[in-house]
Design a protein around this ligand. Structure first.
Ligand code: SF4
Length: 256
């Protein structure tokens, strides 16, 4: 009995030792130098492009349209938000007409987007604020601002958070910003590009700092695609993931 216990303890100690040695050899962003982090991000970007393509923005949506569409997309799927947006376009000949309409009437038009009263309030408040500041419903002044000033300008509008501002600035102005939706957030944390406790807002800043400008748009698009198709929230398909050798989450669980 004593010998058996000794054998089990020895085996357990050996297993823990092997695991410790293995884990300390795993490349992790926590211990990487700046240049190693840059190399790792560049490699991830290249692999994503190789698998999903080097997509560049073809949306080129007018900024006010993008702003309204993004507000409609909060906490719902693309289909519902697009349906609500199309209903607004069909109902109002111009965004000035929407601005003049009653809030409740706007809310009824966008029912399919969910939280429609709150969204109607945000859309009308944003348009009113833009009109008051600029004199018309036009966001072209953001084109010549640097990313920081443009983000500050947009996020000072009621109902416009960092993600909404980043979407407008990326898709309407091609600025090098990286909106962090639920997929980008989850995959970035698992890969170790941002730490587990990082908020979405902080993740956006961190990613913008480490992702090369030329890779920002494809990175955003490809992380969303990867999150939807492979790195799923509940059951990530690690066994067929081409990023597994660079993924903190996968490497740290391989021996568990
Ligand atoms: S290895 Fe797994 S956890 Fe890591 S990115 Fe791929 S699917 Fe996600």
């Amino acid at each position: 009995m004593f010998n058996r216990t000794c054998l089990l303890v020895t085996r357990w100690t050996f297993a823990v030792l092997v695991k410790c040695i293995y884990l300390t050899s795993i490349p992790s962003t926590k211990t990487l130098t700046d240049s190693e982090t840059d190399a790792r991000v560049a490699r991830i970007c290249d692999l994503l492009v190789a698998h999903y393509g080097n997509t560049i923005s073809d949306r080129n949506t007018p900024p006010i349209d993008e702003l309204i569409l993004t507000i409609l997309s909060q906490n719902t799927n693309d289909r519902n938000s697009q349906r609500a947006f199309d209903s607004l376009k069909a109902k109002y000949d111009s965004w000035d007409m929407l601005l003049s309409a009653r809030e409740e009437a706007v809310a009824q038009v966008i029912r399919s987007s969910g939280s429609y009263r709150l969204k109607a309030k945000r859309i009308k408040a944003a348009l009113a604020e833009i009109k008051e500041r600029v004199g018309r419903l036009d966001l072209s002044l953001l084109k010549n601002m640097d990313l920081q000033d443009a983000t500050k300008w947009l996020t000072s509008i009621y109902g416009v958070g960092p993600k909404t501002a980043a979407i407008v600035l990326l898709f309407s102005f091609g600025k090098p910003t990286l909106p962090v939706d639920t997929h980008v957030w989850r995959v970035s944390k698992r890969l170790g590009l941002v730490s587990e406790s990082t908020s979405r807002e902080a993740a956006q800043k961190k990613l913008e700092a480490v992702v090369p400008t030329g890779c920002v748009y494809s990175m955003n698009h490809n992380l969303v695609t990867h999150g939807r198709q492979v790195c799923k929230a509940q059951r990530p398909l690690c066994e067929r993931c081409f990023l597994s050798s660079l993924c903190d989450w996968f490497l740290s669980r391989r021996l568990v």
